[in-house]
Design a protein around this ligand. Structure first.
Ligand SMILES: [Zn+2]
Ligand SMILES: [Zn+2]
Length: 237
């Protein structure tokens, strides 16, 4: 698996909002600014065929209308969006707000499907959708990819909860929320990452959704089995 960290920041800084491109084909979340950033990295978003949305805060899906309009002009016409059941309605509402005259036609011009299952296959991966705890935002999901007995997880936005511990226990790599210095009931903090990295020493934690201060502290801490990525880096697993 090749994971390109498209965004490692929170909404409130110069870094892109948290999202990842897997094997040049699968996106985990599609936040504000993702399409433009992909262009700047010489990647046309129309190569993406699978999009997993963790939850429906704007910094995780607001670029979908741009992606969908671009896809309508492409010859690569297969798209599956994996998300919670309310997702289709939310994405359509956003798309119609963004492009009232052309969004519907764009959606109808290619093969756009939705998948709300808790387990599904993408290429050679088996993917599990796991409910996490992101405060009042319900539902919020993480995803775990499995192939050849290797497990790679993405927590999405979450506080430290049993699901995150299950993912940490199972995964070789876990891309996870670490927004603050100290965790809250919505997001994890460095204190949570320290706890996880110590308890689940076989897992490599790739932190994301960071405020600038959190990034600076994490870079100074230099924790074993914790990667603090810059936007654009590629992690081969
Ligand atoms: Zn959120
Ligand atoms: Zn977020």
């Amino acid at each position: 698996m090749k994971v390109k960290v498209i965004g490692s920041g929170s909404m409130w800084n110069q870094y892109n909002s948290a999202c990842y491109l897997i094997d040049n084909n699968i996106m985990v979340d599609f936040p504000n600014g993702a399409c433009k950033y992909l262009y700047r990295e010489d990647i046309n978003s129309n190569i993406i065929n699978h999009i997993l949305i963790t939850h429906f805060h704007g910094d995780h899906y607001f670029d979908l209308p741009f992606y969908i309009l671009n896809k309508a002009r492409s010859i690569n016409k297969d798209v599956v969006i994996y998300c919670s059941k309310d997702g289709k309605k939310k994405i359509n509402k956003l798309g119609l707000l963004a492009f009232p005259n052309s969004f519907k036609d764009a959606c109808n011009s290619f093969n756009l499907r939705y998948n709300f299952n808790d387990e599904f296959k993408i290429e050679d991966y088996v993917v599990y959708k796991i409910l996490v705890d992101h405060g009042r935002m319900k539902p919020a999901y993480g995803y775990v990819f499995e192939k050849n007995n290797k497990f790679v997880g993405f927590t999405g936005d979450t506080c430290l909860c049993d699901s995150v511990e299950e993912m940490a226990q199972q995964c070789n790599y876990l891309f996870c929320d670490c927004m603050f210095e100290f965790g809250t009931n919505k997001h994890q903090g460095i204190n949570d990452i320290k706890y996880l990295a110590n308890k689940y020493a076989n897992c490599i934690f790739v932190v994301s959704h960071m405020e600038n201060k959190t990034r600076e502290l994490l870079n100074n801490l230099n924790l074993k089995n914790v990667i603090v990525p810059e936007d654009g880096i590629i992690i081969e697993i």
